[in-house]
Write a protein that binds this ligand. Structure first.
Ligand code: T5A
Length: 210
């Protein structure tokens, strides 16, 4: 029987450096000849990318309600998991995810203060017990992350929230790190080379221990 692939997820606040982290993971998998695809959330399929546009930009003259935002995130995730991630893993292909369910727990559960009970119930409906095999959480002070994101370009709808929103979001990330062994914390305030080296070391150890 085919050995299933692994689902590796990168998480963190805006400007944490997720794009460079994904590159570091790809380098390790390429060196080991491990087949992989990479994806992002919200997004990753045509339907999920259309939902991403609404989530990121909103619509002129209409406010996106918090519960609408939550449901759009899970609609996009359900589509991505069912049509892309599960089939790839079943086929022995690894999947690198730029964000996954932990983002909803942190941003909608923490940032938007919708609470964990609601989040857990919606997750069950959307993707059941599906979980990443390994999550690398890039931890950064919100003010530093946002200043990096600002240098990169204009801030989108969610990035324009106040600092308290991102403090609440980070708090949930840190709670989840404390609760789950499958989430590894990386200090994302280090320079890019140091962050990449930390990620590479964790991933090599993970691959070697399978
Ligand atoms: N969201 C998403 C939810 O609310 N709920 C959910 O369930 C999901 C899935 C997604 C938005 O949706 C929200 C979260 C987000 O607000 P996005 O465009 O995917 O939108 O946003 P981000 O994932 O946050 O993307 P960013 O590009 O902002 O963050 P990255 O990818 O972490 O940052 P990156 O790598 O592009 O780096 C940003 C800048 O910082 C520099 C880079 O060169 C770049 O210019 N940088 C560093 N500079 C110095 N030192 C380092 N170590 C650096 N690392 C990066």
């Amino acid at each position: 029987m085919m050995t299933p692939g692994k689902f590796i997820v990168i998480e963190g606040l805006e400007g944490a450096g997720k794009s460079s982290a994904v590159s570091a993971i790809k380098t390790v998998l390429n060196h080991r000849d491990i087949p992989f695809i990479s994806t992002r959330e919200p997004g990753g399929t045509p339907i999920a990318e259309a939902l991403r546009d609404i989530v990121k930009q909103g619509m002129a003259n209409e406010h996106v309600c918090d519960s609408t935002e939550l449901l759009l995130m899970y609609a996009a995730r359900a589509q991505l998991v069912e049509t892309l991630i599960r089939p790839a893993l079943a086929n022995g292909t690894w999947v690198i995810g730029d964000r996954h369910d932990l983002s909803s727990l942190a941003y909608q559960g923490g940032g938007r203060e919708l609470g964990m009970a609601k989040l857990k119930a919606i997750k069950q409906i959307a993707i059941g017990d599906f979980e990443p095999d390994l999550t690398l959480y890039l931890d950064i002070e919100p003010s530093l992350g946002l200043s990096r994101a600002r240098q990169r370009g204009e801030l989108d709808r969610i990035e324009q929230q106040d600092l308290n929103f991102f403090e609440r979001t980070r708090e949930v990330y840190l709670q989840q790190v404390a609760e789950k062994e499958s989430i590894m914390l990386i200090d994302a305030s280090q320079n890019m080379a140091q962050v990449a080296a930390s990620i590479t070391a964790i991933l090599i150890q993970y691959v070697d221990n399978i």
